[in-house]
Design a protein. Sequence first.
Length: 361
Amino acid sequence: MDTILGYMEKYDFENLLLCQDKALDFKAIIAIHDTTLGPATGGCRMWQYESEMDAIEDALRLARGMTYKYAAAGVNLGGGKTVIMGDPKRKDREPIFRALGKFINRLGGKYITGEDVGTTLRDMEYIRMETEYVVTLPTYLGGAGDIAPMTAFGVIRAMQACCKRVYGADSLKGKIIAVQGLGAVGHNVVEQLHALEAKMIVADIDEAKVKAMVHDYGVQQVDPDVIYDVECEIFCPCALGAIINHDTLDRLKCKIVCGSANNQLKAERHGELLEQKGIVYAPDYIANAGGTIYDTDRLGVGGVSHERGKEKVSRIYQNMERVFEIADRDKIPTYMAADRMAEERIRQIAEVKKYRDELRP
Ligand code: NAD
């Protein structure tokens, strides 16, 4: 990033807000990318950045990612993100998160925050003391609570759509699925796949988590280093980013890559290489949108409904089908088709909104 405004112009950002309170030792950045579809929404990350510019760039980059995620998911929200510059283990959390809540409240609903790396549901409670513009709340505060099971459900819907494309049928029964990472999402993926009678091979660097899955679901375990090499139909990354790279590409023996991990492609060219190898890639932000679809579903409709939220998450299947249609139509890899799908929706809804505005006096 050469200049902040140059970067904002390049990617068409709306706003960037710098917030600070000397007495509280509080510094935060709120980035608002695009509000065409609705209020800019995206979590609050707390991190010790090397420099102010790194923090600003991260906030901007993540906010733009949220625009694409919501647009492609069919959600009526725009993209935004907050980063708090500071030690995520900092103990005095109430004053800083309440201060952030005040700043967010001043925006009058143009930005809605939530939990992200380095922040917790408890922090969201502090923000909620100062503003209503926060999602990712515990159920006792009217929020959706733990969203990982819905993220896992969305990943499985994406897998089913991929199977339809590759095998002509979307059943996961008997499919061999290699799951990397058995944390909040991964263990729910295993549990739900078990119910669908898939066969799983799992790996995690945390031996206790692996043991629990072997015990509960009779899955096969391999060392974390070996998970890329196993013979399987689907490789399901639910741990780290950048796992599709030059070292791993030639080792993969699957037909489909579909998981929850963010930023799975180390670089965009790895998406093209996957395509050349004949592996169907479910773009990460399409497959892993379930949690956030569920979490934000209550906004504007008066509360959480498990039934309605699950139905909306289930549509990740159709979102994947649309990605494939665009990939075939434009002869591009799926990761590119996902971006195109998001951009097309924003353009189309901007057109629709034009009519609404014309009717106003
Ligand atoms: P988590 O921290 O609960 O779980 C990650 C798991 O990966 C841990 O069990 C960890 O031990 C394991 N792991 C780390 N390095 C590993 C390695 N080298 N090999 C194998 N396992 C390894 O995180 P999570 O919430 O389950 O999220 C997983 C991924 O999905 C992350 O990339 C996250 O950003 C993304 N994601 C999560 C959600 C959600 O709802 N939690 C939503 C969207 C995207």
